[in-house]
Design a protein around this ligand. Structure first.
Ligand SMILES: [Ca+2]
Length: 135
């Protein structure tokens, strides 16, 4: 029996294509439907260029519900060090994104509480990110 694969409801149009890619990649693994759904959500999409241009990096994490428990991505994926120039936050995650100048949350920081189309002096600078509760 053939079951039509339906994409999940999408929170944002921008996130749609990214999530759809992930879903397509696992559509042939029937057993994946039996596994517990991933707790992680799309927190933000980082872009190589200003104005949400160039390559995209999807940043996932747990929903930010606890102000006292930040999450850390100690190293950005290969090719993304000192590359992020704009960032689109997915409001549903309730996370703010903190950019760090160095890996492992080192160096100077810039907190991002809403979409930033041009990080200016913080463009091409972030080497790690954290998520914290966004009021
Ligand atoms: Ca850096």
């Amino acid at each position: 029996m053939v079951r039509r694969f339906r994409p999940a409801k999408l929170m944002a149009a921008a996130a749609g294509s990214v999530l759809l890619l992930c879903a397509t990649g696992t559509a042939d693994a029937a057993s994946s439907a039996d596994r517990a759904p991933a707790a992680q959500v799309l927190v933000a999409i980082a872009y190589e260029d200003a104005d949400y241009g160039g390559a995209q990096l999807s940043l996932y994490g747990d929903r930010c519900t606890n102000p006292g428990r930040p999450q850390h991505i100690n190293e950005l994926p290969y090719g993304w060090n000192d590359q992020i120039s704009s960032i689109d936050l997915v409001g549903n995650s309730r996370c703010a994104v903190i950019l760090h100048e160095n890996t492992h949350a080192g160096g100077s920081t810039k907190s991002v509480y809403s979409d930033v189309s041009n990080l200016g002096g913080w463009g091409d600078r972030a080497s790690s990110v954290s998520y914290s509760y966004n009021l």
